[in-house]
Design a binder for this molecule. Structure first.
Ligand SMILES: *[C@@H]1O[C@H](CO)[C@@H](O)[C@H](O)[C@H]1NC(C)=O
Ligand SMILES: *[C@@H]1O[C@H](CO)[C@@H](O)[C@H](O)[C@H]1NC(C)=O
Length: 336
């Protein structure tokens, strides 16, 4: 009796903690590395993440042999905020709230690096907006001397999860999410009894080669489908296949439980869409992972980074960094 109770306890424990021994997953040995992004520079892959609660505003690690999975460098801080005007008193960004970085190599501009990030506003710390920090070196230190965020629809809940994209026609874009839930007490995921926050539109904004100056206004690429998405889509990223088809990847569900997962839609009509039938890429249970989402893809190599919860059904034990390779065939994508 006792031993079978112990057995089932043990089995329950094993099932609730990520134990996958595949070297592509949890590559940083349990380190908290949420909302990862990837950029490849001179053959070396760099991964960045949301502030980790372990002293890094923007954790960064690199690996010269991405496919080997092992060999990620010690995590350092790409964005120390001391002496950074945006974070000073009278600036606009709150230290320790630096979400969802995305680093872009401005090969079409001056060869420097531009990092989008989404900190809380000093004027209202329930709202996050998109800022831009720059560095001559990919690993930082980044600096932001702006006096205001780059994109900030504050009434709509702010904007987060920016991602830069340079198309092969040399046009540059920013993708982001309207953060409706932030204007609605965290929305459905934080408090399911609240009126749902319907607007989590994934937006596309064209910018000049400086990665900052906007050209025209934003367009809506995709919004959530209501309750089946927990009224939430986020973390957009675009890659174009060799056949010229645009793949818009995004996460949906509640990031703090096992509903969080990754979908995509495709467009044969150009980057602004319309995007067609939705398909799933990754969900809880795939590869033994919990809440796999926040994917970012290096278009040339197909290298992918994404997060998953260390423990089933909660992010309290952190979100770990996973890697893979995206395979695009026709209008379908899969992860290897
Ligand atoms: C960031 O840039 C501003 C403006 O150029 C400069 O005054 C400040 O010292 C820089 N901060 C750091 C940490 O380099
Ligand atoms: C969501 O917000 C964006 C930006 O304010 C707006 O363009 C869009 O129409 C809104 N979408 C819906 C479905 O309300």
């Amino acid at each position: 009796m006792l031993s079978s109770t112990l057995d089932s306890l043990l089995i329950g424990l094993l099932l609730s903690v990520q134990t996958n021994a595949d070297p592509r997953y949890n590559v940083l040995d349990g380190a908290n590395f949420p909302d990862p992004s990837i950029v490849k520079v001179h053959g070396k892959s760099y991964a960045f993440a949301t502030n980790d609660g372990a002293g890094h505003n923007i954790p960064v690690t690199s690996n010269p042999r991405f496919r080997k999975a092992s060999g990620w460098s010690e995590i350092t801080d790409a964005f120390p905020t001391k002496g950074v005007p945006a974070f000073e008193e009278g600036g606009w960004a709150v230290e320790g709230t630096t979400w969802a970085p995305d680093v872009n190599h401005l090969t079409d501009y001056d060869g420097s690096f531009a990092m989008y990030y989404s900190p809380a506003l000093q004027s209202n710390d329930a709202i996050h907006c998109i800022g831009l920090a720059r560095s001559k070196k990919v690993e930082g230190p980044y600096n932001d001397s702006s006096t205001a965020p780059l994109i900030c629809p504050q009434e709509a809940g702010g904007a987060i999860d920016a991602s830069g994209y340079l198309d092969d026609d040399n046009k540059r874009y920013i993708l982001y999410k309207i953060d409706g839930p932030a204007a609605n007490n965290g929305g459905y995921c934080n408090s399911p009894d609240n009126p749902p926050s319907l607007n989590t539109s994934l937006m596309l904004q064209r910018v000049k080669h400086d990665a900052a100056t906007t050209i025209g206004g934003p367009v809506v690429l995709y919004n959530n489908r209501g309750i089946e998405d927990s009224y939430n889509v986020e973390a957009p990223t675009i890659v174009k296949s060799k056949d010229g088809i645009y793949f818009l990847f995004f996460s949906f569900g509640c990031y703090s439980d096992n509903s969080y997962a990754t979908s995509y839609v495709t467009s044969t009509h150009g980057i602004a869409g319309p995007y067609g039938k939705r398909k799933n890429l990754l969900r809880t249970g795939d590869f033994g992972l919990f809440a796999p989402g926040g994917a970012d893809i290096d278009e040339k190599s197909g290298n992918v980074v994404f997060q998953s919860s260390k423990t089933s059904g909660t992010i309290d034990d952190g979100r770990v960094l996973n890697t893979g390779k995206i395979i695009l065939k026709g209008r379908s994508a899969s992860l290897k």
